[in-house]
Design a protein around this ligand. Sequence first.
Ligand code: PEP
Ligand code: MN
Length: 346
Amino acid sequence: MLIVMHADATADQIQRVCDTIEEMGYTARPMPGKQRTTVGLVGNDGRVDGSRMEALPGVQEVIHVSKPYKQVSREWKPEQTVIRLGGGLEIGGEAVVVMAGPCSVESERQIITAAEQVREAGATVLRAGAFKPRSSPYSFQGLGIEGLRLLARAREETGLLIVTEAMDPEGADRVAEVADIIQVGARNMQNYSLLKKVGRLAKPVLLKRGLSATIQELLLSAEYILAEGNPDVILCERGVRGFDSATRNLFDLSAIPVVKAASHLPIVADPSHGTGHRDMVTPMARAAVAAGADGLLVEVHPNPDRALSDGAQSLYPEQFARMMQETRLIAQAIGRTIAAPAGSHS
Ligand code: PEP
Ligand code: MN
């Protein structure tokens, strides 16, 4: 439920609305706006009688948010959310943020080389998993804490921000010490203890769509994070399980405009997991930017043929450089840009 205050409501009147909400056992979220303040009532508001709020001084209107996800919805917040990622980089604004790097951190040499290559081509965020959720317990599981240390080194060397996955609530604090953006992977989209945990951390979260999740389920998972107090959620379309083995997943491009209409949160596209084949990544990256994605998450490896995970969908560095040039043109065509590295004037 949203309580919209009059434009001239006083601070005392806003406070009284917040106190009333808290007395009723809910959480009050005051949201000062350009014109007026809105106070969100957070919690299961199915039984709340809006007339009690309407009667309070300074209240203009009470809005019942119709969607099951509340704070994530455009009804709750009509204007687009722009998240500060660090180093002056933002996501959700006009600049499209490119996050690129190998699937996994494999060695110091591999991650530093990859970081230098993707930075050279114009990426601003380095992606790579230190903790890897693998379908088989016998596959490479990631370097763990050592991988985090190497990611911190790569950031020192290149200035790139880091996005890396947290697999469980216990490990999330360690990941948050290094990550600029904490990734919640597709397999964990409905790991509610992990969602609640990252909702209490002060770092942006990249939430990937589950392998068979509907868009509504993705938005409800994001709601868990916002409900815990972390407003900085970036959604990620990475394809869902389809019936056709021609691609690894069915990359749902239409999820981008659907999410844009339903939510104010930024959405990025991952055409690497979305297609599973490197030759399909660039066309889908171009398409995702054209469809309105706020960012791209792309796998690039210095030597994909020797990658310990997801080699077949990892771009060669020179392919990635070309992808950057092409997506830059697409961004321009729709009045956007590709985000430049911090401190760069290009
Ligand atoms: C990844 O980004 O490498 C990854 C494991 O992705 P997903 O969770 O989308 O499968
Ligand atoms: Mn991967």
